[in-house]
Write a protein that binds this ligand. Structure first.
Ligand code: NAP
Length: 250
């Protein structure tokens, strides 16, 4: 049997599809054991885990509905129990429920804030307790460029992503002394299921404002996440780093 005791463990929420899937695979290629998390797509998550194992590292599959923030705490505890440790937490799971603010239903506001922000906070709280004992850890929150710039029709989503950026800064200050780094990644327009349904004219308008002239790929966000999870990124904390083709310099 292989000795897995020294291998670090990374949990990526929402890694059954899209950006999270690319992050899980990239972390596996970098030598992490990976906890794959899904909301509804258990079969897709199992496929991601199989692909991870083909890189010679371990994978676990964990389901949790993050519309209910308490489930995020249970998820982190289940991962620590099931995989023995937790070195990297990537809060990636996220949803949109777009609409003009004046017509936005309370349930759409609540679902987005709970899934994107409150669940991330609860996961951080559970992970930090464990990481403090290890005196080391990496937390990476997947925000969005719109959390910095604002975007019409997305008051709930923008508020959740701006909240994640603030949470990142607060936790970086609170737990830097314990060897834990906390950073946010702000993707621009990345090709995934989340963006696939946008009408072509909306996509064309976004593309016009991207200096690199194209949308990003999930692997291009995953590369930054894997760097931030690495030992080489040990002096970077409290930052929000864009992966946006130059659309939102800050
Ligand atoms: P996606 O393709 O829609 O995938 C979303 C992931 O989150 C899935 O794995 C899904 O799991 C999980 N998820 C959604 N709701 C959940 C819930 N209630 N409980 C548990 N898991 C849930 O999205 P994506 O484009 O990869 O986006 C990933 C992250 O990047 C999000 O936070 C998003 O806001 C951010 N982002 C994306 C873009 C972009 O252009 N795509 C830009 C900026 C930021 P299941 O399928 O298993 O339910």
């Amino acid at each position: 049997m292989t000795d897995t005791s020294q291998r670090k463990v990374a949990l990526v929420t929402g890694s059954s599809r899209g950006l999270g899937r690319a992050m899980a695979l990239s972390l596996a290629q970098a030598g992490f054991d990976v906890a794959v998390h899904y909301g509804r797509n258990a079969d897709e998550a199992a496929k991601v885990a199989d692909e991870i194992r083909s890189h010679g590292v371990d994978a676990g599959v964990f389901g949790a509905d993050l519309t209910t923030p308490a489930n995020a705490g249970t998820l982190v505890e289940d991962v620590i129990k099931g995989m023995g440790r937790l070195d990297v937490l990537v809060n990636n799971a996220g949803i949109t429920r777009d609409g003009l603010a004046i017509r936005m239903k309370d349930e759409d506001w609540d679902a987005v804030l709970q899934t994107n922000l409150s669940s991330a906070f609860v996961a951080c709280r559970a992970a930090i307790k464990h990481m403090m004992r290890a005196r080391s850890g990496r937390i990476i929150n997947i925000a969005s460029v719109v959390g910095l710039s604002g975007n019409p029709g997305q008051a709930n989503y923008v508020a959740s992503k701006a909240g994640l950026i603030g949470l990142t800064k607060a936790l970086a200050k609170e737990y830097g002394g314990r060897g834990i780094t906390v950073n946010a990644v702000a993707p621009g327009f990345i090709q995934s299921d989340m963006t696939a349904d946008l009408p072509e004219d909306v996509q064309a308008a976004y593309r016009k404002d991207i200096p690199l002239g194209r949308f990003g790929q999930p692997e291009e966000v995953a590369a930054l996440v894997t760097f931030l999870a690495s030992d080489a990124a040990g002096y970077i904390t409290g930052q929000t780093i864009g992966v946006d083709g130059g659309s939102h310099p800050h």
